[in-house]
Write a protein that binds this ligand. Structure first.
Ligand code: ATR
Length: 273
């Protein structure tokens, strides 16, 4: 039977993951079937077990709102998943046990490198302290920035994150008001723009050499990148490449092959025109 993979979420209708993984499989000659499955909100564990035990399932990608459920289901973890406290990739191992991984941060770092954005010795600002922010901290800190500042509307959550990752590098929390810029790189990991909002940030955070990265994608440009662009940011990048990057990392975890992301990003950009 063809090895089966799927992305599960709720909602899931607009997921690009089937197109991405199908393109990776064609590129690398891997014989897999990858689909999108809408799961009921209380149905993750049951459906995931069915998929792995009776549906020929070899791996799952997990999206909102099931990443913590997937964490609970896994038998074992990669270090980055343990740090993230969330799993976006499950892999069935030969003994039937499930390895939980989190490839979101690796996808972000892969995309930043693809855009030639330097990270070592740079000042990085991460906006947000929810699941999206937590998921990318370990891979970002492994790039050895001079400083990584986390700012969040709810200050206590930023402080918690800074404390949880302080053994990995120079990380600290700040309120939005106390931030003093400019930063070399500003990453938006808040969901503020879903409601059309921006975090309350001073214009002085953005200078002519600042790169901004919005983990969101969709609107062209995103609300956040439109703001930084108007302030004269050197480069603004949205999260489409991160999406493809995390998929490429999951594909590697499952199949041991690293697909080329550039062609697939181009394909998705053409689709959204
Ligand atoms: P996700 O999984 O996308 O990270 P989340 O865990 O709900 O979702 O986190 C959402 C993040 O966006 C949080 O950092 C949240 O700030 P709070 O921790 O203060 O709630 C941030 N956020 C959402 N709406 C916002 C807004 N209008 N302004 C600023 N920050 C916002």
């Amino acid at each position: 039977m063809t090895d089966r993979y799927a992305v599960v979420g709720n909602p899931i209708g607009h997921s690009k993951s089937p197109a991405i993984h199908t393109a990776f499989a064609a590129q690398t000659g891997e014989d897999i079937l990858y689909t999108a499955l809408l799961l009921p909100l209380d149905g993750f564990e049951h459906q995931a077990r069915l998929f792995f035990e009776h549906g020929g399932g070899c791996g799952l990608n997990i999206t909102v709102p099931f990443k913590e459920d997937a964490y609970r289901l896994a038998d074992d973890y990669t270090d980055r998943a343990k740090r993230a406290g969330a799993v976006n990739t499950l892999k069935k191992r030969p003994d039937g046990s499930l390895l939980g991984d989190n490839t979101d941060g690796a996808g972000l770092v892969l995309d930043l490198k693809r855009h030639s954005v330097p990270l070592a010795n740079r000042r990085i600002l991460l906006l947000g302290a929810g699941g999206a922010a937590r998921g990318v901290l370990q891979p970002l800190l492994e790039e050895m920035p001079a400083e990584l500042v986390i700012a969040n509307r709810t200050q206590s959550k930023a402080e918690q994150l800074a404390a949880d990752f302080s053994d990995l590098g120079a990380i600290r929390a700040s309120t939005f008001a106390d931030l003093s810029g400019p930063f070399d790189l500003i990453i938006n990991g808040t969901s503020a723009s879903l409601g059309g909002d921006l975090p309350p940030l001073a214009d002085t955070l953005v200078a002519a050499n600042t790169v901004t990265y919005d983990m969101m994608y969709g609107a062209q440009p995103t609300v956040f990148n439109a703001w930084t662009s108007a302030l004269g940011a050197a480069q603004t990048i949205d999260g489409l490449g991160m999406l493809v990057g995390q998929a490429a990392e999951s594909f590697y975890v499952w199949r041991g092959k690293r697909p080329d992301v550039a062609n697939v990003i181009t394909m998705l950009k053409q689709d959204r025109r």
